[in-house]
Design a protein around this ligand. Structure first.
Ligand SMILES: [Mg+2]
Ligand SMILES: [Zn+2]
Length: 244
């Protein structure tokens, strides 16, 4: 009987991990500096997804079009090495990789970028904030977790709305066991799922960002078990993927 291929799960954060930018901020940097500035001034007092939803409404009222937002997403930097890395791994028979995107951006931003790069079939699941265009070109963004319903009970320090740790645990519970899980992330919100990984799993953590700071400060006391590999540029992720 032929050996079963190894099954691996690739979990991608999106902003500053899969892509080399922050989608929410970049869209407004391209289209409206004063709304971009407003995001900064609201950040400490308003929940982030609510800020993005609000900026979309204000931008729409000021005449920013759907085409302008889509254009910003299409020119947002995605490193060619990252595209090569995922395409090659997606095509591999052994290991057989499942791709899961876990992001605090939103469905429209992610789908628009993936479609433009002809990667719309890459992810087996995308868990993110729901969004949709209205007929007159307003992007309506909502939190993944309804602010009026029950909130996550995470104690690891996840911000309001999504706990990526709970989302990863739910995904794993629905699927057969993977031989290895590889998590690619950069932000402090990526720490919670990473502490749930096993010894045989791996985190590819981007240097000098929130995730590295959390791992350095809290990794040991949180019982972090998985292998930690640091990276700066997408070419290093490509290198790691080629070794899986
Ligand atoms: Mg990120
Ligand atoms: Zn959490």
């Amino acid at each position: 009987m032929p050996l079963e291929p190894r099954k691996i799960l690739i979990v991608f954060d999106f902003d500053w991990s899969f892509v080399d930018q922050d989608t929410d901020r970049y869209v407004f940097e391209v289209n409206s500096i004063h709304l971009r500035r407003k995001m900064e001034s609201l950040e400490d007092s308003v929940q982030w997804t609510d800020i993005v939803a609000m900026m979309c409404r204000e931008g729409h009222a000021e005449g920013i079009t759907r085409e302008q937002i889509e254009h910003a997403l299409k020119i947002l930097p995605v490193h060619p090495a990252m595209i090569r890395a995922v395409k090659r791994l997606k095509a591999s028979e052994d290991p057989k990789a499942t791709f899961f995107c876990l992001s605090n951006a939103n469905q429209v931003f992610i789908d628009t970028i993936l479609k433009d790069k002809k990667l719309d079939t890459l992810f087996d699941r995308i868990t993110t904030n729901p969004a949709e265009w209205t007929d007159d070109g307003l992007l309506v963004v909502r939190r993944k977790v309804d602010p009026n319903g029950p909130q996550h009970s995470c104690k690891v320090g996840c911000s309001p709305n999504m706990c990526k740790g709970e989302e990863l645990t739910a995904f794993l519970a629905e699927h057969e066991e993977y031989d290895k899980v590889v998590y690619i992330g950069d932000g402090s919100n990526d720490f919670c799922p990473v502490v749930r990984l096993r010894k045989q799993d791996m985190v590819l953590a981007r240097r000098d960002r929130g995730l590295q700071r959390r791992i350095d400060r809290d990794g040991e006391k949180a019982g972090l078990q998985c292998e930690v590999v640091w990276w700066e540029g997408a070419w290093e992720v490509e290198e790691q993927f080629a070794k899986l």
